[in-house]
Design a protein around this ligand. Structure first.
Ligand code: AMP
Length: 578
């Protein structure tokens, strides 16, 4: 590589980033404060100072007339934009963002930078591309190439690939959505078709939450908080933060003290939002994106089954519902290992390096090779079972990572929950590797279906921290599993298989009978739990006692103790059913 750097730039509607490719690795360049994401906002402060990025975004809330956001939407237009009473061409505002990114790269590298690869959306017209090139020139950058954003994303995951592959790139940012079908062949990426919506993105999700907050506030206090611009701005910020939390947790508490003063009295906002309720709010938006996916597929002459890989780009794709909905259509899990906010800039830097003749390859990220989860009651092959595997941290997630999911108690006044932690992919938890277990005892008296939050943190050293917390009381228990990333090696596997085989050789009918008894007892227990509501209070109490006894016997592997409670339970169920 020559001494002259070519930087890769993602000039986004909401955020922009700059990256370089150095010694086989991509570096996304931080600013002096360590931020790698520059909000695409430009403003002029009251004293005439130019504001770019975070400061401009903060000013936007109070002085929108002195601030410009989303100028990317205006690229290619000849009408000027107005900032603090002055007219500017969209290219000039974009150039200010580019100049800041160039400066960040220069400070990081300690030398001047004059060349760049800049990404643009696949749907950009010639005029929009020309305007972007001009913005680069105004910023003092020689734009060596402009590449499509989905192409950049494909390079991050597939650079260096020779054999052909068809890929769907799903890009959901703050204010725009695009989906593209791309083909990579002998290292060359080509966009076959593209579709999208220029006004759909994570900001719409925030707005849904804001509306919900306003409704709740009005219901509680009889006041419309939207009449106060500052209160509204605070709600927007709180909603965005809540949305991010809900990508990793099942609930979030939104609290804004002194949101408003009404008739001399301060009013506070405090409420809880569940991921379920939030997902319901955003479903219509995701439906729209999926319609666009089908249009892009039609446009490429391909069907869902032709797609070999799905790549996620844009911060809003961290919403777990996005992956779930795509998985339903394509039958495969999308890739989001590379930070979806930084992916496009990284691809631009890979392209920049290859223009300079470097041998480039796909980006490697530290990911977990296994899925981690727990067991819960559910259906396995249509049969109720306590051993359904529920994944919490998915295979190929970048580490470190933290995820939590909610589980529910089964019976009234349940006193304890047993948590088993498994590593593996099988839907039957018992076919996965049990790597840890613990019990949370002393739950507070509560009706069935009371939530318990299970949290898993996999740290950079591969240690898995697992905690279970009763939501109502905060009662919690935690374990750390240091061997979570280990797997038996081949010789251990052979030995284990031999040991199991030799045990089976000694298996006698008594064992088989005991196994059958355990299966019967489990099924009976689940049936009883399902029918608990139908029983009279006395019967309920008796049933719970039997269930507890069966559970304890199973836990202690005391098969002989199963008989009495099973018979008692069968009898009650018989009367309940007739
Ligand atoms: P981008 O335009 O690609 O930078 O994406 C920005 C959008 O992603 C904004 O709407 C963010 O609020 C959203 N976003 C960022 N992080 C998350 C997250 N963890 N979960 C959901 N949305 C997120």
């Amino acid at each position: 590589m020559t001494d002259e750097w070519v930087i890769g730039i993602d000039l986004g509607t909401t955020n922009s980033e700059v990256a370089i490719y150095r010694q086989g690795r991509v570096e996304v360049i931080p600013d002096a404060r360590g931020n790698r994401i520059l909000p695409s906002f430009v403003g002029v402060a009251e004293d005439g100072t130019l504001l770019v990025g975070e400061e401009a975004r903060n000013q936007y809330v109070v002085f929108p007339e002195r601030t410009i956001r989303s100028v990317k939407r205006r690229m290619g237009e000849t009408t000027p934009v107005t900032m603090a009473g002055q007219n500017y061409l969209p290219q000039e505002i974009s150039a200010i963002i580019l100049k800041r990114l160039k400066g960040m790269a220069e400070a990081h590298l300690g030398q001047a930078v004059n060349k760049a690869v800049i990404t643009v959306p696949a749907y950009f017209s010639d005029a929009q591309r020309q305007a972007t090139r001009e913005a680069g020139e105004i910023a003092g950058l020689d734009v060596l190439r402009m590449i499509n954003e989905p192409t950049a994303a494909a390079l991050v995951y597939e650079a260096g690939r020779q054999a052909g592959k068809k890929i769907l790139v799903y890009d959901l940012g703050g204010g725009t959505f695009d989906v593209s079908v791309v083909r990579i062949e002998e290292g060359v990426v080509e966009v076959i078709s593209s579709h999208g919506d220029n006004h759909l993105g994570g900001d719409d999700f925030d707005e849904e939450i804001v509306n919900h907050l306003l409704e709740q506030f009005k219901e509680r206090h009889g006041v419309d908080a939207a009449t106060s611009p500052t209160a509204l701005a605070r709600l927007r910020r709180a909603a965005e933060a809540a949305k991010r939390h809900l990508s990793d947790r099942p609930y979030v508490t939104i609290a804004e003290e002194y949101l408003l003063e009404h008739k001399g009295k301060p009013l506070h906002l405090s409420l809880e939002l569940s991921r379920d309720a939030y997902e319901e709010m955003i479903t219509p938006y995701l439906d729209k994106t999926l319609e666009a996916v089908h249009i892009a597929l039609n446009g490429s002459g391909l069907t869902a089954s032709d797609v070999e890989s799905i790549l996620l780009v844009g911060g809003a794709t961290r919403t777990p519902l996005v992956s779930r909905r795509l998985e339903e259509i394509f039958g495969m899990r999308p890739h989001g290992e590379v930070d979806p906010d930084l992916c496009v800039a990284m691809g631009a830097s890979i392209q920049a390096a290859s223009i300079q003749g470097a041998q480039v390859s796909a980006v490697l990220v530290d990911v977990t090779p296994y899925t981690f989860g727990t067991s819960a009651y559910g259906e396995l092959d249509g049969i109720p079972s306590p051993d359904l595997f529920v994944p919490v941290i998915l295979k190929n997630s970048p580490i470190p990572i933290s995820k939590s999911e909610v589980f529910y108690t089964m019976v009234e006044n349940q006193q304890l929950v047993e948590v088993q932690v498994f590593q593996g992919e099988n839907i039957d938890a018992l076919k996965n590797r049990l790597i840890g277990e613990f019990t949370v005892e002393g739950l507070s008296p509560a009706p069935p279906q009371s939530p318990v939050v299970l949290r898993m943190d996999l740290d950079a050293d591969g240690v898995l921290h697992v905690s279970a917390t009763e939501k109502k009381s905060g009662l919690s228990k935690k374990i750390s599993i240091s061997h979570a990333m280990e797997r038996l090696d081949e010789s251990e596997m052979i030995q284990a298989r031999q040991r199991v085989a030799s045990l089976f050789a000694n298996e006698d009918d008594a064992d088989e009978e005991a196994r059958q008894e355990v299966v019967r007892a489990r099924a009976l227990m689940e049936k009883a739990e399902r029918m608990l509501d139908l029983a009279s209070p006395e019967d309920q109490e008796e049933m719970i006692n039997h269930i507890e006894e069966i559970r304890q016997s199973l836990e202690d592997h005391e098969i002989t103790r199963l008989k009495a409670p099973c018979e008692g339970l069968s009898e009650i169920l018989f009367y309940l059913e007739t």
